[in-house]
Ligand binder design. Structure first.
Ligand code: ATP
Ligand code: MG
Length: 275
């Protein structure tokens, strides 16, 4: 296991997003992997978007996934989150929980947070309220906004505001934020649910260079606390955060390893980096 204590992930029973409590031992991390994609194939009209795809993510890891357009990166996230059912293959959370047997809502509840490319925040609510709503995602908007926050809950929100760099914007309407700030807010909202795994599809897309650099910093502060899978095309961004990189091509893993190794891999250069 890399950099995560059992404490963080399994020992304490914690309240997850939507009120789910991860009970001690519920996620079996005995082999170190928190996510295991096992021989997954997904076909669309005979075309294999994923073709016998297998890979594993360690608990607490920050993994980058790269690859040309159409390689199957988004489809891979669709399968993990239950949006798409694989034709064959399995996806395991820890050693024992088979995600392919679960629905999308259940998978989210058990602690797999996903961020799509387009930010989805509540534009007509303040930044603070967005985090508050995310923290209590099992309740209706009205219930949340009329209920008093405990001191502890307030502290959690302030901590998150600081983590995502939006302390000064706490009372601004989310709709007034820049594109990059909305992305950070959405990441913060996912984090309020304390996910085991965070899946981010092109988080830096459309960001300025400065925003991209700040996003890289944010993700680095999360490594070790959460297991994160980031899909990105921006190679400078990937290079700045990457520990281990997985290269997808034609629905399977073409190469995997350190950024250095990937950048010097002839096959990777041919299908992706050298274009
Ligand atoms: N619902 C669908 N129906 C038919 N084909 C699909 C569907 N979803 C994805 N595909 C196809 O599967 C392949 C993989 O798509 P996917 O979106 O996973 O690629 P990607 O690696 O995320 O690419 P990009 O870098 O452009 O986002 C593509 O050829 C795509 O056209
Ligand atoms: Mg995609």
């Amino acid at each position: 296991m890399t950099g995560v204590s059992d404490q963080t992930l399994i020992v304490e029973g914690r309240t997850m997003g939507l009120g789910h409590v991860v009970r001690p031992g519920e996620i079996d991390l005995s082999h170190g992997s928190i996510l295991y994609v096992d021989s997954v194939t997904v076909s669309f009209d005979g075309f294999k978007a994923l073709n016998d795809l297998s890979f594993a993510i360690d608990a607490g890891e920050l993994r980058c996934v790269i690859g040309p357009n159409g390689a199957g990166k988004t489809t891979m996230m669709d399968v993990i989150t239950g949006k798409t059912r694989p034709d064959t293959g399995k996806v395991y959370l820890g050693q024992t929980i088979d995600l392919t047997e679960m629905g999308e809502y259940e998978i989210a509840r058990i602690g797999i947070g996903r961020k799509f490319q387009k930010p989805t925040v509540f534009e007509s609510h303040t930044v603070f309220e967005n985090l508050e709503l995310a923290m209590k995602a099992d309740k209706s908007v009205w219930t949340v906004l009329f209920q008093r926050l405990s001191g502890e809950q307030r502290d959690r929100i302030h901590e998150m505001l600081s983590r995502i760099g939006l302390t000064e914007r706490a009372d601004s309407l989310a709709g007034m934020l820049s594109h990059g700030q909305k992305q950070w807010l959405e990441i913060g909202m996912l984090l309020m649910q304390d996910p085991q795994i965070l899946l981010l599809d092109e988080p830096a897309a459309g960001m300025s260079d400065e925003e991209t650099a700040r996003t890289a910093e944010l993700l680095q502060t999360l490594a070790g606390r959460h297991s994160i899978v980031v899909v990105e095309h921006d190679m400078e961004f990937v290079a700045s955060i990457a520990r281990k990189v997985t290269v997808l091509h034609e629905g399977r893993v073409l190469a995997e390893g350190s950024m250095d190794r990937i950048q010097n891999d002839e096959r990777v250069i041919e299908v992706y980096l050298g274009r």
